[in-house]
Design a protein around this ligand. Sequence first.
Ligand code: PMP
Length: 701
Amino acid sequence: MEDAARIAAELYGIEGAAIPLPSERDQNFRVGDFVLKIANAGESRAVLELQNAAMARVRRGPVGAEGLEWPRVIPASSGAEISEAGGHLVRLLSWIPGQCMGDAAPHSPELLASLGRALARIDLALAGFDHPAAHRTLHWDLRQAEQARLHMGLLEEWQRRLVEPIFEEWRKIDWARLPQSVIHADANDYNVVVRDGRVVSILDFGDVVYTATVCDLAVALAYAMLGKADPLQAAEQVTAGYEEVRPLSNAEREVLGPLAAARLAMSVCYCAWHTRQAPENEYLRISNRPAWELLARLDRQKLLARRQRHLGPSLSISYREPLHMVRGEGAYLYDAAGRAYLDCVNNVAHVGHCHPRVVRAAAEQMARLNTNTRYLDENLVEYIERLAATLPEPLRVVYLVCSGSEANELALRLARAHTGREGVLVMDTAYHGNTNALIDISPYKFNGPGGRGRPAHVTVLPVPGAAERPEIPDGLAAFFCESALSCAGQVILPPGYLREMYGKAREAGGVCVADEVQTGFGRAGSHFWMFETQGVVPDIVTMGKPIGNGHPMGAVVTTPEIAASFANGMEYFNTFGGNPVSCAVGLAVLDVIRDEGLQENARATGEYLIAGLRELQQRHGSITDVRGLGLFLGFEMKTEREATSLVNRMKDRGVLLSTDGPRHNVIKIKPPIVFGLREADVLLGNLGAGGLGPGAGEAHE
Ligand code: PMP
């Protein structure tokens, strides 16, 4: 720095402190109203002459009207525009006051448009300009993407997945169709000067090169999209400004997106390379994280559009800004930008996402044999033995199916075959599955949007706590009930509730179906099955979700008596249900629950979470109730709006939660049951640290 000040004094006769400015290649210093540029030792004089000539050409362009200013080259006392000091080539440029665009966020549409206009002015001014040094091979030139691609090996797998298709698109570009000229080629946020909400200059001609003219805009777009909630809109705003001054040809317009993406891909590849070479250079990393986030966001927008084109529109997607998960491990999911999310809601990945024992069991059996259940098979026999052993007598007859819906559908058939009746008693807000017959017994659906109301054969029981108790009608085939209520908002049934209701249902001639699709397999902590916490033995138990840790499986277990009623000659065959792969997976899940003590983990973590949530409830008026058992938990907020906004804020903090309940104001917590105290602390910490917002007391301070 003292050197820089001395050089400025000796060569240019200017006195003052030399303040270093960030730069990739050169050393730049601000001295008074000037910028002293000390070139990298490798920089050739010809390239500096090119830069100076390009700047001079732009200064002569049709400016003024836009209020644009361009740096001026100040000759040394000797008269030279390029001097030498300590083996380096040195130049002095005029200082252009303002703020750099990188520091001027948020970027208004007008600011973005003015960037486009300023850049188009440069391109117009440089049209027809040429210089021998401009015809160089510059690794940042978008035609050189292949050079950047060489470093892809340094990237992690998720990173390669994002950039590889971009390089593929780049390869399809027909360069011969694109007009060429000398361009600035580096309108990144830190080279753009802003004053009064408008771009007044674009600095640093260090990357000036002869290439396709449209590359100038593509580079600017790559940077203008960084950090934007809607990057494509930002790109459109810059482009619109650009086209006010220099309209693009169709060929240019077509390649703009692929070129902007290619610039980002090149940037992250070079960054990986430079970080390996010079881990201490912070400047190199400045745009790295936002670049990955932008690449992931662009990828998501593309995926979302493709999804919407072909996927049935009755399926929603989570979050205002959908997530794109690419990997899971334990209680964590990882998105396409490599960000970790603590999964507090997935009750399917029961023993942890992608548990290696489950994955291995599936892969090995898949590689050996997969067929239907009409052959003898050890996996099948062992699995039904093991599953039956988790249940009290006389629940010992097993049917293997492929989903919770199939399980409940079969349970309904069993009940109707056994009783010869049709009627069904269900809990309010219950959901039992997606088939015709199950939508009819799911108030959550038939009373919800698009529902056709309660069918005549169905009676709805209010969630305990509500006052009225309807009469149980004649003709009852089954009482379907989750052993703790999920869609109703994570409701734990009061002690004795199922005993009383099972008694009444049986008195009315019905059978009792425990829907354990969400609640089974140790989640309750104190017991393996949630119905056990109520001291009852159902006639039919249905299972799904956690049973295969993500492999599509379901099961129905019933009594020999009911099974006999169903065996009326009509075969029950299920093509995939109980296949050797599913049975191997089911066995691995049971093994892991036992070997890793996961039921006990659910108990201990659940208690810890309840205590932590109650503590938060004391501090935050927004929580009105905390409830649950084991890792089946929920807390209630005053309004749906509060709950939804909490879920979105927690997502931004890397914690996945969701809402449930008839008023959508219950936050449900039903994570993989590997969720331990460490994960509980992450959840509670994030809820306390900002998720819930200011505490009741703090809000008034
Ligand atoms: N029963 C309950 C209680 C459920 O929560 C669900 C699924 N949400 C089902 C049945 C249906 O299971 P599946 O989606 O596997 O068909």
